[in-house]
Design a protein around this ligand. Structure first.
Ligand code: DHB
Length: 465
């Protein structure tokens, strides 16, 4: 592992009205014994003005927060990336460009993903590879603290969906011994890997309970509508629509998964801000459901305050400019079901998550007792300790994990990739443990991320200054 502070290039880039001049340290392999050097390396960027003694937004070379976005989607490999054009918004700057323009040091690790193999044909990017790599990259930053730009005690991770899951894991699992053998095997630096802040957009987490949460929300709706997304090598998505009706087996799974959720939820013993227990009865009704309705109503309220017309939302009751109540069933019908049941641990093992939980030799495995027991593919089961390492809920209450001081979780109001309950449960679990979580469900927002960078950066500035 090396870092040579004299090995850099200074680049200048203009997008729209904005020009950035920055110092780029490229292709830094962040472990001693990489198994996939192309995906275990990182780029680090800093505003060049910091090397001329200057400041931006009140930050300078040693004090600038280190913003650490990952590029992971679908638990696929995430490449490192440079400042440039956005892949999602033609003509617009990407997040890295905007973060540099704002004055952050930006560290962009590549991260292994579920489809990768070594030269012997063995998979080497299955769980927990992605979170282990992210941690190793943080350890690298700490190892070269002082030589690198930025403040290693102000690392803020960022990601969307599977990448949001990784960011939430970074925030909840700092320095936990579970990951140590994997980090050692790669020759990661002997440093801490806890972070200061975690920004998580629609995190696809709690995979071993996401099926039941999904059916708690979507049960009763049997038609599904999704876009099949393929990520090409350049990381650009392409989409084909798929519409259908769930099979009898899937409808049965929907009913049975929904019935499992109340016991899981009640076992978490979550409380709202007033210390009131959030629970569900056997029909899935109760104070937790009211809490989730509150999240959606807050979302609608913010939209109303921005002057948006929500009168086409028949499930929403607005009185005197206030979103006062909603019909949850009609809301769910309106946003529509995306996934068949079980949504994550698929009975035929066709989901990205089945693939994530493969091992060196086996591509796909189950990771819940329900789907293992009802498997249509005769699949094996992932080890419990591996499933645990991918679930931030397992660490939120574990004292051996050094948590981030601050979390920011965003989960779009019409996201159907995972239930709103999933991000809400992590938020509540962390808040109940005394951690600061800024949580909101932005109105009319699908499964997406980085759509509110001005607000994200204001949040980062608020916690860092
Ligand atoms: C992602 C989306 C999903 O629906 C899922 O199950 C896993 C990952 C993603 O966009 O990263």
């Amino acid at each position: 592992m090396k870092f040579d502070k004299n090995n850099f290039t200074v680049k200048e880039l203009t997008i729209g009205e904005e020009t950035i001049r920055y110092r780029a340290f490229l292709n830094l392999v962040y472990v001693e014994k990489p198994v996939n050097p192309e995906y275990q390396k990182m780029h680090i960027f800093a505003p060049e003005v910091y090397y001329e003694g200057g400041e931006r937004n009140g930050y300078k070379l040693e004090t600038a927060p280190i913003f650490m976005p990952n590029q992971v989607g679908g638990y696929m490999p995430g490449k490192t990336e440079e400042p440039g054009f956005s892949k999602f918004e033609p003509g617009k700057a990407n997040t890295i460009f905007k973060a540099l323009a704002h004055g952050y040091v930006v560290a962009v690790p590549a991260i292994r993903g579920r489809v990768q193999k070594d030269e012997k044909g063995l998979y080497n990017g299955k769980a927990p590879a992605c979170i282990v790599d992210y941690k190793a990259a943080v350890r690298y930053l700490r190892h070269f603290a002082g030589e690198l730009p930025g403040d290693v005690e102000k690392i803020i991770t960022n990601g969307t969906s599977a990448g949001g899951a990784l960011s939430s894991l970074m925030g909840t699992t700092g320095n936990h011994p579970d990951y140590e053998p994997y980090l050692k095997a790669l020759g990661a630096a002997g440093e801490r890997d806890d972070i200061f802040g975690a920004s998580c957009y629609c995190p696809i987490i709690n995979l071993d309970h996401a099926d039941m949460a999904y059916e708690w929300q979507f049960q009763g709706i049997n038609d599904y509508h999704r876009m099949n997304m393929e990520m090409n090598e350049g990381g650009r998505p392409s989409f084909t629509p798929v519409d259908g009706e769930m099979s009898q087996v899937q409808i049965k799974a929907s009913r049975e998964e929904a019935a499992l959720f109340p016991a899981y939820l009640n076992g978490l013993k979550l409380q709202d801000g007033d210390g009131k227990e959030l629970t569900l009865d056997e029909n899935g009704e109760g104070s937790f459901k009211e809490y989730i309705k509150g999240v959606v109503l807050d979302s609608a309220q913010k939209a109303l305050e921005k002057g948006e017309d929500l009168s086409d939302k028949k499930w929403l009751t607005v009185e005197n400019g206030r979103a006062v109540s909603m019909d949850f069933g009609e809301y769910v019908k309106d946003i529509t079901r995306m996934k068949t049941a079980p949504a994550f641990d698929d009975l035929t093992m066709d989901s990205p998550e089945n693939d994530l939980f493969g091992n060196e030799e086996i591509n796909c495995r189950h990771f819940t007792a329900y789907s293992r027991g009802n498997s249509l593919a005769g699949g094996g089961m992932a080890e419990e300790h591996i499933v645990k390492m991918m679930n931030p809920m397992c660490y939120a209450g574990d004292e051996k994990a050094d948590k981030a001081k601050h979390f920011r979780i965003r989960h779009g109001e019409r996201d159907r990739d995972t239930s709103l309950a999933i991000s809400a449960m992590l938020t509540l679990k962390l808040r109940n443990g005394g951690y600061d979580v800024n949580y909101h469900s932005p109105w009319d927002t699908p499964h997406a991320g980085d759509y509110d960078l001005d607000e994200l950066f204001a949040w980062i500035d608020g916690i860092c200054k």
